[in-house]
Design a protein around this ligand. Structure first.
Ligand SMILES: [Fe+2]
Length: 385
């Protein structure tokens, strides 16, 4: 079976790539763009910096910095109103995955109107959104190269997944220098998210030779650099490899899908406000252990790509090392357990029913090598707790 690959038109990769953002806006035919960012980027002076680069290229530019982490529909609506009123012909998203996800939703609703739920799965966004230049400031979500966005519906705390080729950014600026000032916790959480993308894309039922190569290379770049990027944030080489690894993992999962970890992780994030990468980390060892019997060779490949098992080792030996490593990463990066994070056990237990329904509704569990039913997902939540 063939794989349909969707990629941005332009990728600008390497230190100083941000200086090309104005030229790329012009190449995309933009005359008037809106920067979508957040207050942190604004306070760091990054919004002014990118605004200056865009202005100098001769493109008109306005700014919206009121995006929220783990964006909700309500949080993006003011920007949608601004985008419609301002007649912008492009959006530049500067920030982490939440900013880029917000920008995709803003571009979508400004252009086609309606509500987020009108576009969420099982619907597919096929019509292209207005040109979006994604400038990630974290090495993690891969949102700069993915055809999806996740926006929470506050009415029932459901993370709505919108996907389709129409949501792919037109350009991605992959400049690791922008990640040098990221806080430690964010570097850790987004880094584990990227590793999860690579592993899930590789074991996904929708994987293929093209995405397998991106995923394996992403694991090779991320695994040996993850702890170093967190513990020694001035290490440029570690940051550069993490950044590229995260983008390649994004290419892999955007085209091969994620699987059960992400399916179960989104409801934890929506109900208990756990950052996305952290809720993945809380689940990754448990879900990997559950899934290994259905795809032992592939998980063994992951261990080898991550550099924790060598080619001569048996698959059984390699997957055992993989499980140890995933647990050790969580310890080394101080990933809290769900109770340490402050989730109330009773509240968690009483949400198991709805969370497993929402996990299944996202479709991601169906891509898992071992496909669970609702009861199995509830069991896995309990084990991960
Ligand atoms: Fe993710």
């Amino acid at each position: 079976m063939s794989q349909s690959i969707v990629l941005p038109k332009f990728l600008e990769v390497g230190e100083g790539a941000i200086n090309r953002v104005g030229d790329i806006a012009i190449q995309l035919g933009c005359k008037r763009v809106m920067i979508v960012s957040d207050r942190v980027m604004e306070s760091l002076g990054q919004v002014d910096h990118i605004r200056e680069i865009i202005s100098q290229a001769g493109v008109e530019v306005d700014v919206f910095t009121d995006t929220m982490p783990e964006p909700t529909e309500t949080s993006v609506l003011p920007a949608v109103t601004q985008a419609i009123a301002g007649h912008y012909d492009g959006i530049v998203a500067l920030g982490g995955g939440s900013v880029i996800d917000s920008a995709k939703a803003i571009a979508l609703l400004a252009q086609y109107r309606g509500r987020i739920r009108d576009y969420s799965v099982p619907n597919i966004v096929t019509s292209p959104i207005m040109p979006l230049i994604a400038v990630p400031t974290t090495a993690g979500t891969g949102s700069e190269v993915t055809r999806m966005t996740i926006i929470t519906d506050e009415s029932n705390d459901e993370k709505l997944l919108c996907m389709g080729p129409g949501l792919i950014p037109s350009a991605a600026i992959i400049d690791f220098a922008l990640t040098m000032t990221a806080p430690t916790r964010i570097t850790a959480d987004t880094g584990i998210d990227a590793l999860t993308h690579a592993i899930e894309a590789y074991v996904s039922g929708k994987s293929g030779l093209f995405t397998d190569q991106q995923a394996l290379l992403a694991m090779k770049l991320i695994a040996p650099n993850l702890r170093e990027a967190v513990n020694n944030p001035q290490n440029k080489q570690a940051k550069e490899q993490m950044m590229l690894g995260a983008t390649l993992a994004g290419v892999a999962f955007s085209n091969a899908s994620v699987a059960l970890v992400h399916g179960m992780s989104r409801p934890i994030g929506a109900h208990f406000h756990v950052p996305h990468g952290m809720s993945n980390a809380m689940l990754l060892p448990t879900v990997t252990e559950y899934s290994i019997p259905a795809a032992k060779e592939k998980y063994a490949d992951c261990a080898r790509a991550m550099g924790i098992a060598d080619a001569s080792m048996s698959d059984d030996g390699a997957v055992a090392l993989l499980l140890d490593e995933l647990k050790q990463i969580n310890k080394d990066l101080s990933v809290p357990s769900m109770s340490e994070f402050g989730i109330d056990k009773q509240a968690f237990w009483s949400s198991l029913e709805i969370m497993s329904e929402q996990a299944l509704a996202s479709g991601s569990p169906n891509n898992n090598p071992r496909i669970p039913d609702k009861e199995s997902i509830i069991e896995l939540y309990k084990v991960a707790w």
